[in-house]
Design a protein around this ligand. Structure first.
Ligand code: XMP
Length: 486
């Protein structure tokens, strides 16, 4: 299904003008008791369009329809067991007890008139409610995250059975509409694509290439903050894969100079984002006049857009390809993946015929190793982290776990610890192993890596990476942690 996220301030009339088959009121970080907190015109409940409220959305509709939301003091975060107590169109064939993913402080304690409570958990007396007659449903848990066992089923039931909407948003139709959009946007203009070596920029480049052929020029900036061997690998793959001009800029010194003395994560992101853009502008003017090269492709995904605060979501991090762009940008952005999630990007990457090792490569953040080097980013610290990360990548691959994991990498904290090696005292950095499973990076669980793999990684890092004397394992899910450390 094609779906769009709009801010709650969009009026009912505008929403109805889009002729929705169904409306989902999403979760959010606020409490319905806070002022201000997002709200919606209550006329929405009289439109007859089916509604599903999730978490905050369920609490909002409960409050607006005169049920009760209470500060119970019993928050629930993460995996929770839920008991279903009554039948409902959204729980077809669910087991009586199942695991759902929770993230709430307040709870619904009394359903509005016309509703029935259909499920509960230890911290949520009403974990799901429905008014079948008006087709209004609410769930306290998050069906949209992979960790809710039957979450996708619930969304399918709501979309297909309750809303009666057919599944027409396929890989082929996504590609067709993206290609059309790009053609319409750029006309006969020339476009620069920043390749990072990751799947997003590769798929974005392939899409744009499909749309406008040799109007596209690709550039790869080696920031000194890439993974081991990446610069070489990118050049190899893209020179062969794309029959377009590839400009390779070696800019490590400039990035390290710009990051001297900077340890604030947001500042790092902004500096790196800005320098990237400046370098692209230089590449563009080297290639001719900026007038004839006025579009820049970005592999921005929908989660980046949402997390950067579009539509009132709380600003979790400013991803460099959205929130951290300088104001005086000289390019117009082309973002063909802006409405897509990672799984959709991979699927269309396959459809476009990109090699498997690009399509299935683990995501790597735009600012590179800089957001995994806590504290100041120096060439020496980048070298330590790159060497440790190479061990993690190699051992995870050797154990056949690379595809199973969403991401697996090393982090370099800004502390040093005491150790003893060869009868001598050491005072060196620890390395943290971060490995997570996830479907879309919006939520993640820490990966239960086999102990023998953890042990091999740890002992190889200590033995092979100069400057490291200790290895730790991060066992935090998202939420409450984020995947990256910064
Ligand atoms: P977090 O750390 O927010 O990351 O849980 C979610 C996903 O996004 C990636 N990430 C980034 N990607 N620019 C990017 O292109 C960035 O600034 C950035 N920060 C995080 C991260 O690797 C994970 O897959």
């Amino acid at each position: 299904m094609f779906s769009e996220i709009v801010p709650p301030t969009v009026g009912v009339d505008e929403m109805m003008a889009r002729r929705p088959k169904g409306i989902i009121l999403s979760g959010g970080p606020k409490s319905v008791y806070e002022t201000p907190s997002p709200t919606i015109d209550p006329r929405i409940y009289e439109t007859g369009v089916p509604i599903l409220g999730i978490c905050y959305g369920a609490q909002l509709l409960t409050q607006q329809l005169s049920g009760t939301v209470t500060r119970t003091g019993q928050s629930e975060y993460g995996r929770t067991r839920m008991q279903i107590s009554a039948e409902s169109k959204i729980f077809v064939d669910w087991p009586e007890v199942s695991e759902v993913w929770m993230s709430h402080g307040d709870a619904i304690t009394e359903v509005p008139e016309g509703f029935v409570a259909v499920a509960s958990t230890p911290g949520a007396p009403v974990a799901a409610l429905c008014d079948a007659e008006r087709s209004i449903y609410g769930v306290q848990f998050h069906p949209e995250v992979n960790h809710t066992e039957r979450g996708a089923d619930l969304l399918e039931r709501f979309v297909h059975d309750v809303c009666g909407a057919p599944a027409t948003w396929t890989h082929v139709s996504i590609i067709e509409s993206a290609v059309e959009d790009v053609r319409r946007q750029v006309g006969s203009g020339r476009i620069l694509c920043a390749l990072s070596g990751g799947v997003d920029s590769a798929v974005a480049a392939a899409l744009v290439h499909k749309a406008v052929g040799d109007q596209l020029v690709c550039a790869f900036v080696d920031t000194g903050l890439m993974r081991a061997g990446e610069a070489h690998q990118v050049e190899q793959t893209f020179l062969r894969q794309f029959e377009v001009e590839l400009v390779h800029v070696k800019a490590a010194d400039r990035f390290f100079d710009a990051l001297v003395g900077v340890s604030d994560p947001e500042e790092k992101r902004k500096i790196i984002g800005e320098l990237f853009i400046r370098i692209f502008e230089e590449v563009a003017s080297d290639l001719g006049s900026t007038d004839s090269l006025d579009y820049l492709v970005q592999g921005t995904l929908y989660p980046d857009v949402i997390e950067s605060g579009a539509g009132d979501a709380s600003n979790i991090k400013s991803h460099h390809n959205v929130g951290g762009l300088p104001d005086d940008l000289n390019f117009e952005l082309v973002e063909p993946l802006r409405l897509l999630f990672k799984d959709e990007v991979r699927a269309i990457g396959e459809e476009l015929g990109l090699p498997h090792d690009i399509v299935w490569r683990q995501p790597f953040p735009g600012p590179g190793l800089a957001v995994r080097i806590i504290g100041e980013v120096t060439p020496r610290r980048a070298e330590i982290l790159r060497a440790a990360d190479a061990v993690v990548v190699e051992e995870i691959r050797r154990a056949g776990l690379e595809r199973e994991l969403w991401q697996s990498f090393a982090v370099l904290p800004a502390v040093r610890t005491v150790g003893v090696m060869g009868d001598e005292r050491t005072y060196a950095y620890p390395i943290v192993i971060r490995a997570v499973t996830s479907d879309d990076a919006m939520t993640a669980d820490w990966a239960r890596l086999p102990y023998d793999v953890v042990e091999r990684i740890a002992s190889r890092i200590i033995n092979e990476v100069d400057g490291v004397n200790r290895v730790a394992l991060d066992v935090t899910s998202k939420p409450p942690g984020t995947i990256e450390w910064e």
